[in-house]
Design a protein around this ligand. Structure first.
Ligand code: TRP
Length: 373
């Protein structure tokens, strides 16, 4: 039977049913008990309160260890294939919250090798995008003393022994089943998952003792980390714990913001004018006429403008609820909502773009093992 949606690390299509996806992948819902527990370490982040980060693996094990005094490392990453957009930085924002709350180190892996292998890009292109994307990551305020950026083609010497150990435990039929490889797939792609596993085990290797690892990221990355978790015990590494978020929606009403449709995507370097025009054309839950909207009300559930507030731009839960109620009652029109969101995004981007410039001063000091950018 054809599946109504597909989610893999390289492809997201169709209307994603996130409950169903969780069942397919075998991950665990973040329930109220876990939320209460996380809230005990610091004010619960809105992405957790609102179920944007909604699924996990082994979070309680990680917190049990932490309570006993065992600090974990955070690990997340980015495949540099183009400019950074809001969908990319969303999970990084929760990573930053976790670093602050738990006071832990962080590895950020830039998989320039992955994007070279999977896309029509040269190594020069993926490398310069890695630099550009890293600025956005740094701009979010990660502690420069505790955060290291790994660039695969530069740091491979350290990753390689770990990747080799992982790769020896994964046979081709597993890789094919997990990632959907075919006979025509290039052989670099088949090995790549071992490289993405490596940072999860890096602290354990470097310190020569079991260091727990937490990987907060989009749920589309689960196929990689299922493999990492499967092989970990056999290699003497702790299984990484996972925190998964939903995909950041596109402006056109789709389930995932994608660079392949630049008009439905807000890039971190967009000008205020561009943001205004993109939000102006966003898909909403509005009616065909003002009269109808006043009479029947709109539908925030399908509205990209509402989703942007919910996912990122309105931090006050009461205001989010009020926004949705007033829309349903026909008390606000799409134009007002669009103008207010444009303003919020532009305020955010102004600050972000300034910090992005400052990041150029410290990016050198954050390179893992001191490679030259
Ligand atoms: N494969 C990811 C991407 O295409 C990049 C990545 C590497 C990553 N390591 C990660 C993402 C760890 C999340 C967590 O964007």
């Amino acid at each position: 039977m054809a599946e109504s949606f597909t989610v893999t690390p390289w492809e997201v299509t169709g209307d994603i049913d996130y409950e169903e996806l969780q069942r397919r992948f075998g991950t665990t819902p973040i329930d109220d008990a876990l939320l209460r527990r996380l809230g005990g370490y610091g004010d619960l982040h809105m992405m957790l309160r609102r179920g944007i980060f909604y699924s996990h693996r082994d979070m309680n094990t990680l917190l049990d260890e932490y309570d006993k005094g065992s600090r974990f490392v955070l690990y997340t990453g980015r495949g540099p294939s183009g400019s950074t957009h809001l969908g990319h930085i969303m999970p990084w924002i929760l990573n930053k919250w976790l670093q602050d709350v738990f006071d832990v180190p962080m590895y950020f892996q830039m998989t320039d090798d992955e994007k070279f292998l999977f896309k029509d890009l040269t190594l020069g292109e993926t490398r310069s995008m890695a630099y550009d994307n890293a600025l956005d990551f740094i701009a979010l305020g990660f502690d420069p003393e505790k955060t290291k950026i790994i660039l695969d083609t530069e740091n491979i010497k350290t990753l390689y022994p770990i990747a080799l150990k992982v790769s020896k435990k994964v046979n081709f039929s597993t890789a094919r089943a997990v990632f959907g490889f075919e006979n025509s797939t290039n052989i670099g792609s088949i090995f790549f998952t071992a490289v993405q596993s490596a940072p999860a085990f890096l602290a354990t290797e470097l310190q020569g003792r079991q260091v727990p690892c937490l990987i907060p990221c989009g749920i589309d990355q689960d196929p990689h980390f299922r493999v990492s978790r499967d092989v970990a015990p056999g290699l003497g590494y702790p299984k990484p714990s996972m925190l998964y978020c939903k995909m950041f929606p596109g402006l056109g009403g789709g389930d995932k913001m994608s660079s392949s449709d630049p008009n439905a995507t807000i890039f971190t370097t967009d000008t205020p004018k561009k943001v205004k025009s993109k939000i102006g054309r966003a898909f909403t839950g509005g009616r065909v006429s003002v009269d109808e909207q006043r009479k029947l009300g709109g539908n925030p559930e399908v509205c990209a403008v509402f989703k942007y507030n919910f996912y990122m731009f309105e931090k006050d839960d009461r205001k989010v609820e009020e926004m949705s109620d007033r829309c349903r009652r026909g008390e606000i029109l799409c134009g007002e909502c669009k103008a207010a969101l444009t303003e919020k995004i532009n305020v955010f981007l102004e600050g972000h773009q300034a910090k992005r410039e400052e990041a150029k001063e410290i990016i050198g000091s954050m390179a893992f093992e001191g490679f030259e950018w």
